[in-house]
Design a protein around this ligand. Sequence first.
Ligand code: NAD
Length: 276
Amino acid sequence: TQVPSITLNNGVAMPQLGFGVWQVPDDEATAVVSAALAAGYRSVDTASAYRNETGTGRALARSGVPRDELFVTTKLWNTDQGYDATLRAFDVSLERLGLDRVDLYLVHWPIPSAGLYVDTYRALERILADGRARAIGVSNFLPEHLERLLEETGVVPAVNQIELHPQLQQAAARAFHERHGITTEAWSPLGQGRGLLEVPTVVAIAHKHGRTPAQVVLRWHLQLGVVAIPKSANPRRIEENIDLFGFTLDDEDLTALAALDEGRRLGPDPASFSGF
Ligand code: NAD
């Protein structure tokens, strides 16, 4: 399987399809990530908060895949925000992953009530300058939060990872990102498997192409031009979710899927979320 890459604003290539590991327990992460690597995924999305960086790193090490063919993302958790705390938390993440650098390091949530995301991001700039991350970015940042970074810091985030699927299409955020050279990355691309995959429009398009609803939804992300990071712990679904390159959604399909946008989040609202 040849997954296309997207070129980030600093020239680094990022696979357009990656593998998410939220809610995979650490003691299962090695087997699950190994299955993903065997299926052809080369990009893995973890986070300090997922508590599975150790198991994920072990799968990367055991895979035999050359480090420069892997794209590893992890994220800075909310309780570690602040310049010095971020540098310390990054060291811990690298240690757990067993790596000397990551490909992408993200601020997991803005937590505007804490007032620390600018200082936090400055620590990411430091990590980038030191060559310990090939790219830096954010997650769950609203345009107003990105505006502050653009005004007060020096490195435009390479990526903003946000909730994005056919029922939350994020047109305004995508347009803002495009204007500023920020790549949009979609979390919960399958809507967490909660209902989206049973929506009649999605099921009908799947039947039409002889594909599954999950494949239709992920193909939609690819044709939208965003990065998607579906999660599954099931080897058959892991393979299904990367088998996206033998069909194309046509204009009629895209029009029908465009009509599913409800603007309703499954996850927290970044404007008010204050962490756990
Ligand atoms: P997802 O949308 O990828 O859905 C995963 C669920 O969908 C699975 O647990 C399973 O129940 C179902 N599923 C998967 N493949 C299927 C298939 N082929 N057929 C039928 N059902 C299938 O949900 P997610 O895990 O929330 O999101 C993906 C990744 O995004 C996460 O693992 C994580 O890496 C990232 N994420 C980031 C944030 C953030 O705040 N930055 C938040 C949530 C998720």
